[in-house]
Design a binder for this molecule. Structure first.
Ligand code: NDP
Length: 249
């Protein structure tokens, strides 16, 4: 039987890489994007191929419209179908008081986290929609617990991008549900990835774990399992859900 096809953005490392590898383990063919780190993306590609699945890697900046259209056209050529999109690529911003955030920084994080996810979801819907001769499909957007916490004194701009992702998820799930497409979001809490170092505090997750009811940091694989469940047929009636993966935080 032909494998289903997953496209995941920003999967050269962290949660995205875990999703790509778990998907291959579960029998999916995988296309993934990376922005700068080709060698890390190639390592993920090899791991996917080790499960006997097809793997393609594409360089792309998700905030660049031309990059996104190029990726989807290449996906059409390489894999010929699309069953699931995981809108994972995202950046965090440096820890900062609200009043010190520059306009450039705020625009950058919205361009990557929000505009990028919108553009990728648009391309996916064009291919999946039953009304456009697609087979239906599933989109999972990467939100964050920050969307409801607000991240005061840290990165309100980043948190606000994830609030926008939640709202897009709710609206798009309603707009394309009748077209055979389910749209959901995962809202991770403190997950052990390099992202915290990018915020300027590599120990951030360890430092804040005392506020997690489960008293520990989450693993990328724990988020990946939730995402794979959402795109699977096991979640066939789950649409417009915002699934917290936070240890209760
Ligand atoms: P990482 O920083 O480890 O990985 C981010 C990935 O996104 C990398 O593969 C990176 O590629 C890619 N990326 C970044 N910017 C762009 C861009 N402009 N275009 C294309 N790709 C890009 O992050 P995580 O794995 O921790 O996070 C993944 C997602 O999960 C993000 O959306 C994040 O907001 C969300 N999240 C993470 C949490 C955490 O605690 N870690 C908590 C809640 C949500 P490259 O390295 O090549 O630049």
């Amino acid at each position: 039987m032909e494998s289903k096809v997953l496209l995941i953005t920003g999967a050269s490392r962290g949660i995205g890489a875990e999703v790509a590898i778990l998907a291959a383990q579960q029998g999916w063919d995988v296309a993934l994007t990376y922005r700068v780190d080709q060698s890390e993306a190639e390592k993920v590609q090899s791991k996917i191929q080790a499960f006997g699945q097809r793997a393609f890697i594409y360089q792309a900046d998700v905030s660049d419209e031309l990059d996104i259209t190029r990726v989807f056209k290449q996906l059409d050529k390489d894999l010929g179908r699309l069953d699931a999109l995981v809108n994972n690529a995202g950046i965090i911003t440096k820890i900062s008081p609200f009043i010190s955030m520059s306009a450039e920084r705020i625009r950058d994080v919205f361009n990557i986290n929000v505009v990028g996810s919108f553009l990728c979801a648009q391309e996916a819907v064009k291919r999946m929609a039953l009304s456009a001769d697609g087979y239906g499909g599933s989109i999972v957007n990467m939100s964050s617990a920050a969307a409801r916490i607000g991240s005061p004194n840290e990165f309100i701009d980043y948190a606000a991008t994830k609030g926008a992702i939640d709202t897009m998820t709710l609206g798009l799930a309603k707009e394309v549900g009748s077209d055979g497409i389910r749209v959901n979001a995962v809202r991770p809490g403190l997950i052990a990835t390099d992202m915290h170092a990018d915020a300027g505090d590599a120990e951030r997750a360890e430092r804040l774990k005392q506020f997690v009811p489960m008293q520990r940091v989450g693993e990328p694989s724990e988020v990946a399992k939730a995402i794979m469940w959402l795109i699977s047929d096991e979640a066939s009636y789950v649409n417009g859900a915002l699934l917290d993966v936070t240890g209760g935080r």
